[in-house]
Design a protein around this ligand. Structure first.
Ligand SMILES: *Cc1c(COP(=O)(O)O)cnc(C)c1O
Length: 426
């Protein structure tokens, strides 16, 4: 038995499924997950001494690679002054100013502790501001695990085989409507059906939790126009895309201005941070200024702010990181496409900048329905093959691959060699 297997045996006795978040389990794969000891740059090491090239990157936060020196040093330095005060601090002001000054569609921002909390709070703000209750989300988009968002959700919800969660009363989701990604007419139909009672449309501007699904030309602009027509707010859930596609996220990348934005993952550089922000008049609805209550004992935690702000400042000062991610993405994902073509396989690769998914289907993947045509058994086999060759990817067909700035040409070439080897044996 490996140490990972031993740990997993202990873990399942005391932690549901042996993991603190379902996507970590190798449920779809049928093995014990690898227990990780440490990580550095683009490499991750398990407790059995195996080294892997990592394409999970903690699900996105590690855009500069694991153990990035400036982030680590900022955390150690911040720890010298104490871990938490539950009082206002200077670094929270710096964080808020830095984001608002560098992202044009954000006038004010509030820090929370996770992406889930960010979305839950943004939806509440939208409802408070508009005085309306209905929300439109898209099938296959994941917005964290708050009750109202667990309707046709992506990510771990997709592979667990439970379409929606038990324990969510009907009353909590009856104002949540589900539209089809990339299908504006499905949105307009719901908006018109809701008869002016829609508070917001929330979308992952690039779907990344049903595998990577790109917005079709005009889809995001179309959402903006529909929201304006029907008096609903547009919320971009940029928990994955924020500070990744560009510093200003998908909003900047696609040139579409949302009313509210949610962040997580990269904003904390590996610490538990989320945030939501946007137009001043909406954000001024939040307590203690306005009547929308939202709070957090550890929100704006100084250690987490130090890590996050250091990473954001680095990204902002080094726009070449984004150019580099585009190039690395082209090299890796473009290379994978070529390998599949040469092997005569018509599996789909959806790719944008550092994000991609290889779908084991011959159908073009543009929404939840088409993503679900993937052969998850073929994916599981591929995952195992790649892992055995030292490539660490998300153990699910419906998650993204994450490239970081620390992925070297050598690591990318080694990955392409492994992909080639795997498919040449097919
Ligand atoms: C990860 C994710 C969330 C939830 O963030 P947590 O920090 O896991 O609560 C919300 N929305 C999107 C788009 C995500 O990818």
């Amino acid at each position: 038995m490996t140490r990972s297997e031993q740990l997993f045996e202990r873990a399942v006795k005391r932690i549901p499924g042996g993991v603190n978040s379902p996507v970590r389990a190798y449920g779809a794969i049928g093995e014990a997950p690898r227990f990780i000891e440490k990580a550095d740059g683009c490499y991750i090491y398990d407790v059995d001494g195996n080294r892997y090239i990592d394409y999970i990157d903690s699900w996105g936060p590690m855009i500069l690679g694991h153990n990035f020196p400036a982030v680590k040093e900022s955390v150690i330095k911040a720890c010298e002054n104490g871990l938490s005060f539950g009082c206002a601090t200077e670094i929270e002001v710096e964080m808020a100013e830095f984001i608002c000054e560098n992202i044009p569609h954000i006038d004010m921002i509030r820090m929370v502790n996770s992406g889930t909390e960010a979305v839950m709070s943004a939806v509440r703000a939208a409802r408070g501001f508009t005085g309306k209750n209905k929300i439109i989300k898209f099938a296959g988009c994941y917005h964290g695990h708050s009750d109202a968002m667990l309707v046709s959700a992506g990510s771990g919800v997709m592979t667990s085989g439970v379409p929606d969660s038990a324990g969510v009363p009907k009353g909590c989701t009856e104002d949540t409507m589900t539209a089809v990604y990339n299908d504006l007419s499905s949105v307009e139909e719901l908006l018109s059906q809701a008869d002016g009672q829609t508070a917001a449309v929330i979308v992952e501007p690039v779907g990344a939790n049903m595998g990577v699904v790109l917005p079709k030309e005009g889809f995001l602009k179309g959402l903006r126009a529909l929201c304006d027509k029907y008096g609903a707010l547009l919320i971009f859930d940029e928990v994955i895309t924020g500070f990744r596609l560009a510093f200003g996220g998908a909003a900047e990348y696609f040139g579409v201005k949302p009313d509210l934005v949610t962040y997580g993952k990269i904003i904390g550089a590996g610490m538990p941070v989320g945030a939501y922000g946007g137009r001043k008049e909406i954000m001024e609805m939040i307590s203690p200024v306005g009547s929308v209550y939202q709070a957090g004992t550890l929100s704006g935690n100084p250690i987490a702010m130090s890590a996050g702000l250091t990473q954001l400042k680095y990204l902002h000062a080094h726009p070449e990181v984004y150019k580099g991610l585009e190039e690395k993405g082209e090299k890796l994902y473009g290379g994978m496409k070529k390998i599949l073509e040469e092997a005569g396989l018509s599996y789909q690769i959806n790719h944008i900048s550092s994000l991609a998914s290889l779908f084991f289907t011959e159908k073009e993947v543009v929404d939840y329905q088409s993503a679900k045509t993937s052969n998850t058994e073929a994916f599981a086999e591929y995952f195992k093959g790649m892992l055995s060759m030292g490539i660490h990817m998300a153990p699910s067909q419906f998650e993204a691959m994450f490239l970081s700035d620390a992925h070297t040409d050598e690591a990318i070439e080694k990955t392409l060699d492994a992909v080639k080897k795997y498919f040449s044996q097919k």
